[in-house]
Ligand binder design. Structure first.
Ligand code: FMN
Length: 461
């Protein structure tokens, strides 16, 4: 049977996420990003469409590479103002039962101890529906906000992330035994002290000598998402990620990324098919092809090319304001993310991009492709993407919010269901169980399971 297609919604607690300028569209609700009613409506739409998750991106800094300052980002609201993603989750969890929440937290600027507790809290409050998109950042402005001169070098960020992961795994997996909390009112014992262990971590970057503060949550470790595809990023994904987000403009580029991720996992003995891979894509769907094309033409009237280049400059570390609009974009090495520039310079030798083409492409849905048409046409395209690249699903960006997601839920999902390519009900259980079946906890073969021995050893002592 053909592989089912999975959807995540790609969102951010800001005005212009991947479609700069579209906040000006009369039907767009981006201005309400700082109001709960927008997020509650969105969560209900996504659950109606049986989306696996709402993926909330986040950046801590300002996109100030374009023009050398933050003026363009502020003017066009390109991911600034930006609010904290985690605080949206409990309210959305309260109006849904199944939708997962993949929240982005940058580990470069926050010690593991408090962060691990925040995620445990969210896993409790969502009854096991939380995921973490592990990022290390790409903006020097974030580093300056956190008291450093510039961000740590690209590969060193991944090395620090390794130590961070060991520390949070110990907190989530190794501090509290499953039966530590007995809540025995008669005996006056809430927690059996002997069943809770201090985490002792003495790594190259982080030290902990403390108990985890939260009792075990349904998943303990949140579902782990990651999004880097440089050689260092691939190694990290292979060791840690349960789901990987990728982006690229064409099937050719994506197919090679998927193969690289699965090979990296196989090399360290993980089942390559056990990693779910989602690629960024934007769907403009309407009852007929003609109406969908008209919708896109209407959206394009609001697209903001300077905003798009502001985003692209931040992702790549290259100041696009200095380049001739008709110049071909060339590859350079720097300390920002690597994959964004690869996408348009080296990933496909047959396709070179001018600055103008980049601006036009990125202005609606970011670097991912746009798929436009009737439900049947879009479903054909999406099936071809999955079948030809080996991805498991899509991280869907919006053009107009929440209209893009409503169209997907109401028009595209029924078409995919008719074809047997999309679920007709959620699986029960925690987010990890909905995605992978099995247990709510990380599998025994995952590297985090090593840290369970801390209290397992204790129980048998
Ligand atoms: C779909 C997608 C979403 C991402 N979301 C975020 C994000 O929300 N915050 C962030 O700091 N980085 C985000 N990134 C950037 C990655 O974490 C990573 O820095 C980038 O892909 C470059 O990694 P690499 O140099 O290893 O390829 C995202 C990347 C992709 C492909």
């Amino acid at each position: 049977m053909s592989k089912p297609i999975r959807f995540n919604a790609f969102e951010m607690n800001c005005v212009a996420h991947q479609s700069p300028g579209l906040w000006r569209h009369p039907r767009d609700r981006s201005r309400a990003y700082n109001r709960l009613d927008y997020w509650l409506d969105l969560a209900r739409i996504l659950e109606r469409g049986l989306f696996d998750g709402l993926f909330l991106a986040d950046v801590l800094g300002v996109y100030d590479v374009y023009g050398g300052n933050g003026a363009a980002a502020l003017q066009h609201a390109t991911q600034i103002p930006v609010n904290d993603p985690l605080l949206l989750v409990p309210a959305m969890a309260a109006v849904t039962r199944h939708l997962g929440f993949g929240v982005t937290v940058n580990l470069s600027y926050e010690p593991p101890y408090g962060f691990a507790r925040r995620m445990s809290t969210l896993d409790h409050l969502t009854e096991g529906r939380i995921g973490w998109n592990i990022v290390t950042g790409y903006l020097d402005s974030a580093a300056r906000g956190a008291g450093k001169d510039r961000q740590t070098a690209h590969d060193d960020r991944y090395a620090i992330a390794e130590d961070y992961m060991a520390a949070v795994y110990k907190l989530w997996e190794g501090s509290w035994a499953d039966d530590a909390v007995v809540a025995d009112a008669e005996a006056g014992v809430f927690t059996v002290p002997e069943r809770v262990r201090k985490v002792q971590h003495d790594g190259p970057h982080f030290r902990i000598d403390a108990l985890h503060l939260s009792e075990p949550s349904p998943q303990r470790t949140p579902v782990l998402y990651q999004a880097g595809t440089s050689p260092a990023g691939l190694g990290f994904a292979a060791r840690h990620a349960e789901c990987v987000f990728i982006s690229g403009p064409s099937r050719k580029v994506i197919a090679s990324r998927v193969a690289a991720i699965r090979q990296a996992a196989a090399r360290i003995g993980r089942d390559p098919a056990s990693i779910l891979i989602f690629t960024l894509l934007t769907v403009i769907v309407a009852p007929s092809d003609e109406e969908a094309r008209a919708k896109l033409a209407d959206y394009r009237r609001y697209a903001d090319h300077e905003g798009a280049l502001t985003l692209m400059s931040g992702w790549t570390g290259v100041d696009f304001s200095q380049l001739d609009p008709d110049a071909i974009v060339e590859h350079v090495e720097n300390e920002a993310g690597r994959s964004a520039l690869e996408n348009i310079t080296r990933a496909d030798p047959d396709r070179r991009w001018t600055v103008r083409e980049v601006a036009e492409h990125v202005a609606i849905g970011g670097i991912g492709p746009l798929v436009v048409g009737s439900p049947a046409r879009v479903a054909d395209e999406l099936e071809a993407w999955v079948d030809e690249t080996g991805i498991d699903g899509f991280n869907l960006a919006f053009a107009v919010r929440p209209e893009t997601f409503r169209d997907v839920a109401d028009l595209l999902v029924p078409e995919l269901q008719r074809r047997g390519r999309y679920k007709t009900a959620y699986a029960e259980g925690a987010l990890r169980q909905k995605l992978f079946g099995g247990s709510a906890r990380l599998s025994e073969s995952h590297t985090a399971a090593d840290y369970r021995q801390l209290w397992q050893a204790l129980e048998t002592a």
